[in-house]
Design a protein around this ligand. Sequence first.
Ligand SMILES: [Zn+2]
Length: 589
Amino acid sequence: MRFSDDFISELRARTDLEELVGRYTEIRDRGSSRPRALCPFHSEKTPSFFIYRENQSFYCFGCGIGGDAITFVRNIERLDYVEAVRFLAERAGMNMPTDPVDDEYLRLRRRCYEANREAARFFYACLKTESAAPAREYLKKRQLSPETVKHFGLGYAPDTWDALLKHLKGKGFTESELVAFYLARQGKNGHAYDVFRNKLMFPIIDLRGNVIAFGGRVLDDSKPKYINTSDTVVYKKGSGIYALNFAKNNKERKLILCEGYMDVIAMHQAGFTNAVAALGTAFTQEQVSLLSRYCDELYLSFDSDGAGQTATRRALRMLENAPMKIKVMNLSGGKDPDEIIKSEGKQKIDELISTAQNDTEFALSGARAKYDIKTDGGKLGYINDAVLVLAGISNPVERSIYINRVAEETGTAPEPIQHQVERALKTRSARARQEDFEHRAREAAGDDRGKIPNPERRDNLRACKAEETILASLLLNPDFLTRFAGTLGADSFVTKVNRELYQGIAERIRNHRPLDISYFAEDSTNETINMLAYLQTFSKKIAGTKREFEDCINTLAEEKLKKTVPAGEGLSDADFLRLIESKKNKMGV
Ligand SMILES: [Zn+2]
């Protein structure tokens, strides 16, 4: 237990969740009993993010994220639990109780940073050894200077099973630590071995200068091209931005988003020190919000090949609601930035930056490329596609500028295009209203659309609904725990997620501790917090009576029994019901 319940409860009392959320996203229906907002964690046009003022919690019906002020800060500021509490305490003008430095989790994080830093040093030193010749050859081919290699701390992981392992064990790290930090893997024979072998190594450094992960590139044509650190205590996949530690200091608040490590490094070497790359295969909302803190203008610099263009479109969709200006650089000729710098020099990059297109121009030129607009059929096809792009522009002045441009390009009058765009806009707003309606209906019905983080839910829907009702009811009626102690226990639960949640809630009730999300936050996973937030929302829709609670216990007993009947035994329905009745009696349900 890191913070006392008293401390957390004062922090809660001094934090206004609505005001806090309002700093990151615009809140609709401010002051109403149920304020909502566009979710800052996923991209959406209709607000699904609800704030529950009565218990200072939030829940997003779109992506299923939920929690309290601490959870919100953890997710949006990418902080760990203690850092998030400190963040809120500072805002509230409270002193932190005592710095919990001796805490096990913090200790583990510190060890992980140390092991990573030591590993990065080791890889860098190995780059100078004889066996690293292929890695040096590769760097030479990419024309990276020794200064650049040093600046980015590039290194070489030797082609052996335990070079790093031996080195780090010599520095006092244990095998199990190194496995947990994703530097080693546990082999079938019980011996651990190095994760990264015969790879060019790219250390990934966070904004405070800690080495948090590694990317390892193969030195031949084998697949996969890269191996990356998986989730550890200091790193979560899909959360980081490569080279942001260098690029964040650029005065112009412009960033260039490239596709991979090598592009970024080549750009920096050429003087574009504001180049970064998103780590991981999918560009995430978390990365968008991290970028938006360090730039007002973001230039997408992806390859012009098919995959690069798809990546650009995907990124543009993720960036739709981002608070910065987006430009797309036109890297034609199937080249990446690295190749362009080598063949045409850095001034070509300057030129690409100054001629970068905004998202509308990018979409229009994509549509235009599909048709031969010298022919009537081609013009028509282009105009039809363009109308959909134009109808997506919210600013009317901007819209009319581009309508005129399309008219000019195709040699037609702007009025008919204008007319088509207006029709498309009407259909669009009708659809948006419909979506909004459906959305509210879903919310009212408590339909989660599968966003509840319980992997067993789909196959155990009936049991899960009963389990969720029981848990939600316990939040409303803690006394039910002892009242139904004879018929309900952890064993009554069918799914693991809910069983563990029950154990957590029951333990708190037994120890007379508060049941709000804030008090769970420190020792719970994100999934647990999301689930709790959902249960708090759900608890408003249930009756919360003893009768309902009993019914759910019975449902659970039935579902549990169904599972104990061996498959294929061929019981008739009647026999099955008899079996259930007999077992129920034995259990005293
Ligand atoms: Zn959301």
